[in-house]
Design a protein around this ligand. Sequence first.
Ligand code: B12
Ligand code: SF4
Ligand code: SF4
Length: 309
Amino acid sequence: MTINSEDVKKKAFELGFHKVGIARAAETKAENKKLKQWLDEKKHAGMAWVEKRKSERGNIFNYFSEARTVISLGMNYYVGKDQSDLKSNYKFSNYAWGDDYHSVIKSKIFSLLEFIKQSMPNAKGLVCVDTAPIMEKVWAQRAGMGWQGKHTNLISPDFGSWLFLGELVIDFDLDIDESFTKDLCGSCTACIDACPTQALGEYVLDANKCISYLTIEHRGEFPEEQNNLDGWIYGCDICQEVCPWNISFSKISEEKHFEPRSDIVNNTNQKWENINQSDFTSIFKNSAAKRTKLNGLKRNISNVKKADK
Ligand code: B12
Ligand code: SF4
Ligand code: SF4
């Protein structure tokens, strides 16, 4: 028994994905060149892990030599709230308000793989969500889900960019979708203009200046020229908040796992400022925000507090 694209897409929607597209696994020479340039220009800042697996990121066959098809999946995480709904005036990125998307999405993709294996027991598939060394936005674009906006995130014309991405890379052929070839940013530059640290050029981000990088990925104290966090203690949403595609087309997600945790919404300034290891462990159990660790979060809070004075 075999399986076709229609069966796979139907199952993916049943599992709760909001976007599904299918692309042929192929070389990505042009994108690989840009990735190399980005790394050569040190725009990845301290993220040595991006550089370390660059040969896989730039060429999917170096990651999975038998890859034939990439099933690209998107999950809407917009909950209809913004920073003004948080009690504290410390800003906290909406992508980490609920449960860790890595585990939520991974388990759904494993279910999709199980479904495929019911018809094709020998099929091989790799489940990817964020941490796999592939360029997820590139695959989503090739699978027809949308385009990479000037803020560099993938925008779908029907959901905007509040979409997590994941992939199932498989070792057999399925019918593919047309890649998304339009760039619907047009002459807009709202994200570039709104970025408080000038981290964005057109379609390229300099992580050294990006608040999301600084608050989540950077280790140790901030160098003098990189200490403007603009009130953010975890991640940053500004370039997406101002995007007209999000303003007009975002839809509220029905995924319960992404509903904001009450501690994150209701923590006061004082509670954030006095956070200790046991608060951190309980607030961020199964949360993507664990990545910054208590020390990182405390560093961010004290940096924002200092800047407010
Ligand atoms: C490293 C990383 C980061 C880094 C670097 C971000 C970046 N833009 O590269 C940091 C820590 C800053 C980051 C931040 C965020 N991230 Co992040 N991140 C990743 C990760 C792991 C790899 C991305 C990557 O390959 N970067 C390398 C560069 C070269 O890639 P790129 O920017 O896409 O480059 C393309 C273009 O910029 C262009 N380009 C590059 N250089 C040049 C030069 C010129 C001249 C031109 C014209 C074009 C050009 O071509 C490149 C190839 O197509 C992906 C997961 C994955 N495995 O893909 C998630 C991912 C991109 N992140 C995600 C999210 C949600 C975020 C944040 C929104 C979180 C937050 N709220 O704080 C922010 C958004 C910041 C932003 N404006 O991008 C989502 C994005 C979902 C979506 N709809 O697109 C992803 C896909 C994770 C996921 N599975 O959902 N992230
Ligand atoms: S996430 Fe924030 S700091 Fe980073 S590019 Fe977007 S607006 Fe700028
Ligand atoms: S704000 Fe404007 S330029 Fe930036 S990604 Fe959205 S549409 Fe494109």
